[in-house]
Design a protein around this ligand. Sequence first.
Ligand SMILES: [Mn+2]
Length: 396
Amino acid sequence: MLSFLRLTSFSLLLLILPSSLVVAREIVFPPVVPLQANNGRGQYRSSVNDEKQSFLDLDKFAGLTTFSNLPWVHCLSDEKDIEGYDIAFVGAPFDTATTGRPGTRYGPTGIRLGSRRIGAPMDWSPYTHKNEFLQWARIVDCGDVPMTFLDNTVALKQLETAHKVISGRPANATEISTVPRVITLGGDHTTTLVALRSTFDHWGPVSVIHFDSHIDTWDPKVLGGGLSDYAGLNHGTFLHIAHEEGLILNSSAHAGIRAPAVNKKHDWKNDRRCGFEIITARDIDKVGVSGVIEKLKARVGDTNVYISVDIDVLDPAYAPGTGTAEVGGWTTRELLSILDGLEGLKVVGADVVEVAPIYDNAGETTVLAAAEVAHSLMGLMVETPVKPLKENKKED
Ligand SMILES: [Mn+2]
């Protein structure tokens, strides 16, 4: 009876109201233009002084997920003529050389998800009032490199080929630099060795600024090499191997170190031999953020720099989603302030690694931090273009 009455009153209402109000509000779906498409007036569309731009064009949750909603380019395709770029993000989904919890093969996907709210049209920094997306560099996401999870040697070879192809293409703004720079989204830390081989080809040996709770210069004899040569290449030894291969300069530095050594003396001695100076996690309490920045800048001087950020440099409170978490680390704000403070350094390559989203939380603390770190690294590259060795030689 009650439902009958309800029905009747609803029918009455329909009779009283004009028909235009009864019809559900018409929803129009305008064609959504991919973010940052070329609008004919420069590389990117800007969100200011652009009356024609529909708010829907700024949608950060549409389409496929790329890093910071950047355009996807098939950098690894066989085709010669693809869209040019100056800075390329690429994912290295690899986690079979870890000594702790695995899961970083999902890192690139996680970091991209963490970056969904970052995007060119609305990226004016409250600190610098700049928008790094809207400057000279064309920045793209190349997607993930195919890396087998069954054989580390093959997987790292696959990544090496990918780096060669991506950095081997002509840049977009050739008047500024002819070689595109790569920011890798890891992946376990072993992937950095491959990136360093690639930067060596274009820029020669580099100073590494290595943000990490672990030194990662372990002698393979100490970590894994006792089992086999294959086991000796892992995420704790790759910097030792990079030194042996002559890829890095003796002006390198670790920042945020707090994990213990395996033995009393050899590890620290070997670390210095590999070219590193150590800034511990607790040093920040003595010298502050600006002190850490000063130390790092003084250490690398005018050399070309590769910045590698192992997300476990952060305290597990700020980055639980990682394989070998160590308590007593830096906050996200401290790390971002230090990174932004490195402006002016000649950054030729960079990465954010060891992000394992499976251990992250519902608030996505780790992937949000990792995305912002990658965003900062991108800013450093935009601020300071670096010419490759071959161009410098031409000018001499
Ligand atoms: Mn590491």
